[in-house]
Every structure is written in structure tokens, then in C-alpha cells.
Design a protein around this ligand. Structure first.
Ligand code: SF4
Length: 118
């Protein structure tokens, strides 16, 4: 079985081909560096994503993201918890908005503050 996708670990964007053999072993082709091999194997066996979004608050809008990538299958659960969590104070960049979101061992951290509602 073959999987084709682009490596997103750096701006070069190598086109990867990951071959999965009958014994389950994986071979990554097209990568220019070891990070691409690691990414290719993880994308096939355990895909993960950084979740980024903005949240409207009565204090303005905050930009937020997970501090580590979460399993792709949890992406929308994380967005739902972000949506349902009330903002009760003003945050500053670097603050943790939600600790261990959806028990993923990832925190939602503030990456930007916008005084106006965007
Ligand atoms: S394989 Fe290496 S060089 Fe290519 S996009 Fe991924 S990180 Fe960048």
C-alpha cells in the first residue's frame, strides 16, 4: 500500500511516498532529511495536528493554539471544548487558556491578543 502526501515539517514541502509492506514495515521515499522520514511514518500510523483558532471574548479576540500536536481524530473535540469554555479574564500572550484539553496532554495557549472583535 502507498500513501502520497507533502511533508509539512519545513517550507520545502517534499513530496513523500510512504510504502507499507505486508509485514507492516514502512519505507519513506522523497524526503530530503530525517525529519521527513519521521513525519511520513507518523502521518501513516498516528497522524497529529496543531489546532489553531481564534476566540471571541468580551475583552476582544484571542488567537490560540495547542502547544503540542494532538491526534487528528481529536481535532474537532478540541475545537468544541475551546468553543464551550468561557473566557472570564483578560489573557496575555503565553498564558494557558485550557490545560490538558480533552485529556490530550496538550494545553491551549494564547498566541495573540486583539483588542477589537475580529
Ligand atoms: S523532508 Fe525534510 S527537507 Fe523535506 S519538507 Fe520535510 S523537513 Fe523539509
Amino acid at each position: 500500500m502507498k500513501f502520497n502526501f507533502t511533508c509539512i515539517r519545513c517550507p520545502i514541502g517534499c513530496e513523500l511516498v510512504v510504502e507499507k509492506n505486508k509485514n507492516g514495515s514502512l519505507k519513506v521515499l522523497g524526503n530530503r532529511c530525517p525529519r521527513g522520514e519521521e513525519y511520513g511514518k507518523q502521518e501513516v500510523t498516528d497522524p497529529r495536528r496543531i489546532v489553531t483558532t481564534v476566540k471571541q471574548t468580551k475583552f476582544g479576540t484571542i488567537s490560540i493554539k495547542t502547544d503540542v500536536a494532538v491526534k487528528k481524530k481529536n481535532y474537532f473535540k478540541v475545537l468544541k471544548q475551546i468553543n464551550e469554555t468561557a473566557v472570564t479574564k483578560k489573557y496575555k500572550i503565553g498564558d494557558v487558556f485550557i490545560k490538558n484539553v480533552c485529556k490530550t496532554h496538550s494545553n491551549i495557549v494564547v498566541t495573540g491578543i486583539h483588542e477589537e472583535i475580529i
